[in-house]
Design a protein around this ligand. Structure first.
Ligand SMILES: C[S@@+](CC[C@H](N)C(=O)[O-])C[C@H]1O[C@@H](n2cnc3c(N)ncnc32)[C@H](O)[C@@H]1O
Length: 344
């Protein structure tokens, strides 16, 4: 039986639950096998990466971050820099000649190659260019991927639109800036990169930030142009308090919700709270959100009974919201980020 193979990337710590989630939803799965720290091969009877991407967005599956159709797998011993030429050859067999392609290379786990990732990229890009392709790092409709794992080099080709992420292996890299007040900022920043919730919306309007201290998310929202109400019993960084449009309500989310009659364009929630409680609070907060307004919540599942907690949270949230996007982002640890849209 001819089967399809898809290379799937996820958080290393989430492998067992990512596998469980896949086996639950991918009906034609034949085999799911981890091949690197953050990646697995999914073998299916019919489903291609495109089908799996559509499934991941529809269900949603929360653990896959990146997908590509596997066109070749090379074992480690054979993988000198020269063999990069073979990798590229196997990739372009699947592609229309002269196409514009993004070339993406990443490592998954401890590898012992005698060449650097940079050299591999340059070499592969040269081969593609020599054969008439226009090569960049991102932004092309088609992506050639090479993932180096401890035992193999896996070559994939996929449409960018079916890859779940435009970053190599879904590894969104963000750098710390002097203005940053918390590491939690990376989570919201990453979300805006992988799922731009307010693209083209001007003016941005008003935002409510539950669990705001020390103020990282509030800072990002204020910087994007939202007049932001930050709710937290804890202190906000004075630099955040000084930003235009920022108001600190030093109270709990429950108290704020009870007393507020405001209406917001966006509600975000990064409170340390169990997923079921957090979800109930978001449902109760729907009345503070304008019709069709967007909400973002992290669900802090920890590491036990993760899928059960996610199921329960989604069932609760479904009373007031469509779940537009849900994923364990690269900057989420033992939690996921969910984008909700309030019913009209
Ligand atoms: C992970 S921190 C948030 C970090 C923030 N997003 C940032 O970027 O700086 C979680 C916050 O939730 C707050 N929190 C926990 N329970 C809360 C509640 N019931 N109401 C409001 N804030 C709460 C805590 O005080 C803590 O400041």
């Amino acid at each position: 039986m001819a089967t399809h193979k898809t290379l799937l990337s996820m958080a290393a710590d989430s492998w067992p639950v990512a596998k469980e989630e896949l086996l639950r939803h991918v009906e034609d799965a034949v085999d799911v096998r981890r091949v690197g720290e953050e990646c697995a091969l999914v073998e299916t009877e019919r489903s291609t990466a495109r089908d799996l991407a559509a499934l991941a967005l529809r269900v949603p599956l929360v653990f896959p971050r990146h997908l590509t159709n596997v066109v070749a797998e090379y074992d480690h011993a054979a993988s000198g820099l020269e063999s990069v030429v073979d990798f590229v050859d196997s990739a372009i067999r699947e592609m229309a000649s002269g196409a514009e392609v993004s070339l993406q290379i990443w490592l998954s786990g401890k590898t012992a190659y005698k060449f650097s990732q940079h050299d591999a990229w340059e070499r592969a890009a040269q081969v593609l260019t020599d054969r008439g392709y226009q090569v960049g790092r991102t932004g092309s409709p088609l992506v050639v991927s090479i993932c180096f794992t401890p035992k193999t080099a896996i070559v994939g080709v996929n449409r960018a639109a079916d890859s779940l992420s435009s970053w190599p292996g879904g590894e969104v890299r963000l750098s710390k800036t002097p203005e940053q007040v918390s590491r939690a900022e990376f989570k919201l920043e990453e979300l805006f990169k992988v799922y731009p919730i307010d693209e083209g919306i001007e003016p941005k309007g008003t935002a409510l930030d539950y669990g705001a201290a020390p103020g990282g998310w509030t800072r990002i929202l204020a910087t994007r142009g939202y007049a932001t109400t930050a709710v937290d019993p804890g202190d906000l960084d004075p630099r955040v308090l000084a930003l235009p449009g920022v108001r600190h309500e030093r109270t709990t989310a429950g108290n704020f919700l009870r007393d507020s009659t405001d209406r917001f364009d966006l509600i975000v929630n990064d409170m340390k709270m169990s997923p079921d409680r957090s979800s109930r609070l978001m449902v109760d907060s729907a009345r503070l959100l304008k019709p069709f307004g967007v909400a973002v919540t992290t669900l802090k599942t920890g590491t036990h009974h993760v899928l059960e907690q996610v199921d329960e949270a989604f069932a609760i949230l479904g009373a007031e919201y469509d779940i537009e996007f849900a994923r364990q982002l690269r900057h989420n640890r033992n939690e996921l980020t969910v984008v909700l849209r309030r019913f009209g």
